[in-house]
Design a protein around this ligand. Structure first.
Ligand SMILES: [Zn+2]
Length: 133
């Protein structure tokens, strides 16, 4: 069985400023980032769809001990997208040392940037980013 969206295509579309998700042929739920099955009902009848946002910050945390390839401190936010799915990414443009609960509920736009990990090349990984609207 072939999947409608593989990681390589997802990373390439992020690099082109496009956010590709999946829409379910059974329940209509949208999934982003892509998974092997629908996040709403578990169906495998999936087609690609474009996700545009914006989104709303629902929660966040400040990372002070980071994995390889990341430079702490930085903010990881969980954002509810206007299309329905929730996505996790780095919140850019906000000082992590000044991040407060007033961030919750703030609108954000989607972006991405290359991520250089020790085991992968910079063209193989991107991190999803959010910026305050
Ligand atoms: Zn579904």
């Amino acid at each position: 069985m072939t999947h409608p969206l593989i990681l390589k295509d997802h990373v390439e579309s992020l690099g082109q400023g496009r956010f590709t998700g999946l829409v379910c042929g059974d329940c209509g739920a949208k999934t982003f980032p892509a998974r092997s099955v629908c996040a709403g009902c578990g169906s495998r009848r999936l087609q690609t769809t474009e996700i545009k946002g914006p989104g709303i910050i629902r929660t966040f945390t400040v990372i002070r001990v980071a994995p390889a390839g990341f430079k702490p401190p930085y903010i990881v936010a969980l954002v509810e997208l206007s299309e329905g799915p929730w996505a996790m990414g780095n919140l850019d443009g906000v000082d992590p040392d000044r991040a407060g609960l007033d961030l919750i509920g703030r609108p954000v736009t989607l972006g991405s940037r290359p991520l250089s990990l020790p085991t992968y090349g910079a063209d193989q990984c991107r991190v999803l980013t959010f910026s305050l609207s």
